[in-house]
Ligand binder design. Sequence first.
Ligand SMILES: [Ca+2]
Length: 150
Amino acid sequence: MTLTEAVIGLLVVAVAVGGALQATTVARLETIAADDRAVARSLITALHTQLSALRYRDPQSAFTALGPDAGESTTGPAGWDDVDDAHGWTGMPTIVTATSDWSLAVSVTFANAASPAVSAVTETGLKRISVTARRGQRVILTEEFLRATP
Ligand SMILES: [Ca+2]
């Protein structure tokens, strides 16, 4: 084996090892992404469970604007009495423990009853709740739920 052949052989090995390391890194990143999606789904499901226990409409107020009504807490689920009190809220559900770099953001809109993917400006008897889970500043998952007036 000449010196040139040896150098070429080393280069081939180096490229092969580099490719294997890159494949391992990609596989690890995909695993982390899948883990993050699973955590995000779990956090969103926990909040959805809390929201599902709330009324469609505020029991004390006839006011139909979305968001907490006058005098209601904006700090989290414990102060909510209807589903759209969550509109504009960002935080973590109280029934789960998660690392501090996770957060949830909620948006509630009226939805067109005949075409729920379309938002409506006024009360329709159907609300679309969108929950976005972030890890740090990165959006991991957004899920939407519909809630109809009983
Ligand atoms: Ca309320």
